[in-house]
Design a protein around this ligand. Structure first.
Ligand code: NAP
Ligand code: F7E
Length: 335
């Protein structure tokens, strides 16, 4: 089996690539050009092309470049396409709405058209988001109407409907995973969980004393990313293309995340957390809490890591990475 992953250098892409390699796939990933290395999350699985037996292949490409996508899909002829590439930060999408719509929304259209233009028979996974539910009251499932609250969420709603439309119009095996927030030691440093776990490590080491956050009352259904990439794979193994909410069914506030994270390092969060309204969003998503009953029933998927364990995994990893950095060793990012 041959898989193509857009966004392979991101949090989810790196875990998914690992999972597919262990399942025996050849894995092809799209990496965009940057002025410095942007593939550090792939270091544990990097394969030197000069040593033979290579099963991980990285290709230069960008979701803004339609012709490049056609050429890639035509050359690779993947059995499965996992479309994870996006401008994925909600707060940033208010500052860069047009760019977000172009990459997160139109990028999906370009990739779907690339599959058609290349004439490749493949299965397509769209990384849809619980942000699409936005202001819809919890709990949210596949029947909950979307009420997006950011340019990012609007772009994801567009991409969600395109995926359904290409399934209905062209018979493409095109499926949506509507995922609640999922976190890990590889989470981008600008998302709230990782921002907190990094700050805990640095405060515990005496490198800083405070961390500034936005809305502490927001509630999220936070899961563990390795569980969620397993769900992505299951979505594409199902006999028919369908749409699934992936969630733990448990929600906690940003404040609770702080409490557990600081307590794990024997720190009192109230002594170190400050708020700064510049981190607030013009329109906030207050409460996401998913019902993944359909995924459990149809795909046999259940989460294995719960909230408190997730927080401990993230804090431990950041403490370890910081210790390694301070002692001049290379940080481990295998987890
Ligand atoms: P992430 O860490 O931000 O990774 C995003 C990936 O997209 C990175 O590899 C990034 O490349 C790539 N990318 C950005 N702009 C691109 C462009 N113009 N062309 C090609 N690639 C581009 O996000 P993630 O957490 O792994 O999430 C994966 C996907 O799931 C995203 O679509 C996200 O919106 C969606 N999602 C995430 C969650 C969650 O909680 N994590 C929940 C629901 C849905 P660089 O490394 O070069 O930046
Ligand atoms: O914010 C609040 C913030 O940026 C979570 C993306 O993966 O999940 C992610 O989007 C909550 C929000 O994630 C800070 O206001 C408080 O209510 O970690 P986040 P997100 O916006 O939920 C969804 C499912 C995706 O699809 C996205 O791609 O935390 N919050 N203080 C803060 N958030 C940030 N980033 N920074 C703060 O200082």
């Amino acid at each position: 089996m041959r898989a193509l992953i857009t966004g392979i250098s991101g949090q989810d892409g790196s875990y998914l690539a690992e999972l597919l390699l262990t399942k025996g796939y050849d894995v092809h990933g799209v990496v965009r050009r940057a002025s410095s290395f942007n593939t550090s999350r792939l270091d544990p699985i990097y394969q030197d092309p000069h040593q033979g037996g290579q099963r991980l292949f990285l290709h230069s490409g960008d979701l803004a470049d339609a012709v490049g996508l056609v050429n890639l899909v035509a050359a690779i002829r993947p059995d499965e396409v996992y479309h994870l590439g996006a401008q994925s930060h909600v707060r940033v999408s208010f500052d860069q709405p047009e760019y977000t719509a172009d990459i997160t929304g139109m990028g999906t259209l370009r990739l779907l058209e690339a599959i058609r233009a290349a004439g490749v028979e493949t299965r397509f996974y769209q990384a849809s988001s619980s942000e699409m539910f936005g202001a819809a009251p919890p709990p949210q499932n596949e029947l909950t109407p979307f009420h997006p609250r950011s340019p990012y969420a609007c772009a994801k709603v567009f991409a969600f409907h395109l995926t359904v439309n290409y399934r209905e119009a062209y018979g493409l095996f095109a499926a949506n995973g509507i995922m609640m927030n999922h976190e890990s030691p590889r989470r981008g440093e600008m998302f709230v969980t990782r921002k907190i776990s990094r700050a805990v490590a640095r405060i515990a080491a005496g490198l800083q004393d405070e961390v500034y956050l936005g809305n502490l009352d927001a509630r999220r259904d936070w899961g563990y990313t390795p569980d969620y990439v397993d769900a992505m794979w299951r979505v594409l193994q199902h006999e028919e293309a369908d749409d699934f909410v992936i969630a733990t069914g448990e929600s906690h506030s940003v404040r609770e995340f702080c409490e557990v994270a600081f307590a794990h390092a024997d720190l009192d969060w109230e002594r170190h957390v400050r708020t700064d309204p510049s981190y607030d969003r013009p329109s906030e998503v207050h409460h996401l809490l998913g019902n993944a009953a359909k995924a459990k029933r149809v795909l046999g998927w259940t989460p294995t890591v719960r909230f408190e364990e997730l927080v401990r995994i993230m804090v431990d990893a950041d403490v370890e990475a910081l210790e390694a950095e301070m002692s001049g060793r290379t940080a481990r990012i295998e987890r």
